[in-house]
Design a protein around this ligand. Structure first.
Ligand code: NAI
Ligand code: ISE
Length: 338
């Protein structure tokens, strides 16, 4: 069977996903495309020779009998309306992060999904599909480093544009750590604190960069995440778990090491699209395969989308109250999502 997919939002990541479904993955076909930028969407259909129809209205795309599953890859504030509509229509939906921009909006999706009594939503937290994080989780789960005590993480982007604001360091960037780290540690967050180091001269005047977020978990693990989005030298993701019997590190991406002109060199990637390319392939292939086999979706759920949004809300409040430790009060996970 081929899953007939409609895409809402054909910007940077929407286009990447359209290309991977068309050229790299199996079992799925792009049959419908929507974007408020009609010219761009139509150009993508033409340039990639897609056998797909353009819909001026995203809701009409979702309701179309030609569409089995929906990819929501437009900008964050529009995610909720399209995900809710897809769930109401009992259609599978893959939504790029964030699931919605507020925790309350995420809960509305959670409630609608539970009403339908079926897991229909997968959220695009692709790091759970990254081979490095999967290997790191296995190391921790097997008890190789004993109980985790401390986790040091860094999320560095070479540069961001003028439109990138201080809260985006949480909502757009650290949101990946927020999701992947509690999954990695099989734990929940209970508090957050933000501190600001000396500001880099490479950031725009309105942006606080870098930032450090300190998070505590239910088990008492202390996590520090450095977010530095104008680090210049590369796209660099670090994760080091300190356990009672040893330390485990997120593997570096495989790049060729050279010895040349009295120097030992290893290139560093510059772009997030390259760094997690396989993880994006795996998450969407899993989405397609599970639909095709009639299996439960196995990626991040709408509950994970809620947990991330709630944690991010508290981290943004912590940004506005530097140094203050703020509690994270999560609702109890419903049985449906256990
Ligand atoms: P983008 O700005 O390149 O593209 C967004 C597209 O959505 C544009 O083509 C815009 O015209 C369209 N759009 C906006 N409102 C719309 C609406 N109401 N209906 C239909 N189309 C609409 O943004 P980008 O980088 O592609 O990001 C899209 C989403 O993907 C964001 O939520 C972002 O956080 C997420 N993302 C996830 C990444 C990951 O690593 N998982 C990486 C990059 C983005
Ligand atoms: C972007 O939206 C992403 O999701 C990337 O993974 C992240 O590194 C970047 O900071 C975000 O802007």
């Amino acid at each position: 069977m081929t899953v007939k997919i409609g895409v809402i939002g054909c910007g940077a990541i929407g286009l990447e996903h359209i290309k991977r479904i068309t050229n790299t993955l199996s079992g799925g076909k792009i049959v419908a495309v929507n974007d408020i930028n009609e010219n761009n969407a139509k150009k993508i259909i033409a340039d990639l020779h897609l056998d797909a129809k353009f819909y001026a209205d995203g809701h009409e795309l979702i309701r179309s009998a030609d569409v089995d599953a929906v990819l929501v890859t437009c900008w964050g504030p529009a995610h909720k309306e399209f995900v809710l509509e897809a769930v109401k229509q009992k259609k599978y939906v893959f939504c790029e992060k964030p699931l919605a921009t507020t925790a309350d909006d995420c809960l509305e999706i959670v409630e609608e999904e539970m009403k339908q009594k079926k897991h229909l939503v997968q959220v695009g937290f692709m790091r759970r599909f990254d081979e490095g994080y999967v290997a790191l989780k296995k190391t921790i789960d097997e008890g190789q480093i004993g109980a985790p005590l401390i986790l040091h993480a860094a999320h560095r982007n070479p540069a961001v544009d003028e439109k990138y604001t201080t809260d985006m360091a949480i909502n757009d960037t650290m949101i990946h750590e927020i999701d992947v780290l509690h999954w990695l540690l099989d734990d929940e967050y209970i508090s957050a604190q933000v501190i600001y180091p000396r500001k880099t001269g490479n950031a725009s005047s309105h942006l606080a960069d870098p930032q450090i977020v300190l998070v505590e978990t239910k088990k008492g693990i202390r996590i520090d995440v450095e977010i530095f989005v104008n680090c210049k030298y590369g796209y660099d993701i670090k994760c080091e778990v300190v356990g009672e019997d040893g330390i485990a590190y997120l593997p570096e991406p495989a790049t060729v090491q050279t010895r040349q002109k009295a120097a030992l060199n290893r290139p560093i990637l510059m772009d997030w699209k390259q760094r997690f390319i396989k993880a994006y392939d795996y998450e969407i292939q899993a989405f397609i395969n599970n639909i095709n086999k009639g299996q439960k979706l196995d990626g991040p759920t709408s509950w994970d989308g809620y947990a991330a949004a709630l944690t991010a809300d508290v981290c943004v409040q912590a940004q506005q109250n530097p140094g203050k430790i703020l509690p994270i009060k999560m609702k109890d996970r419903p049985d449906f999502y256990k």
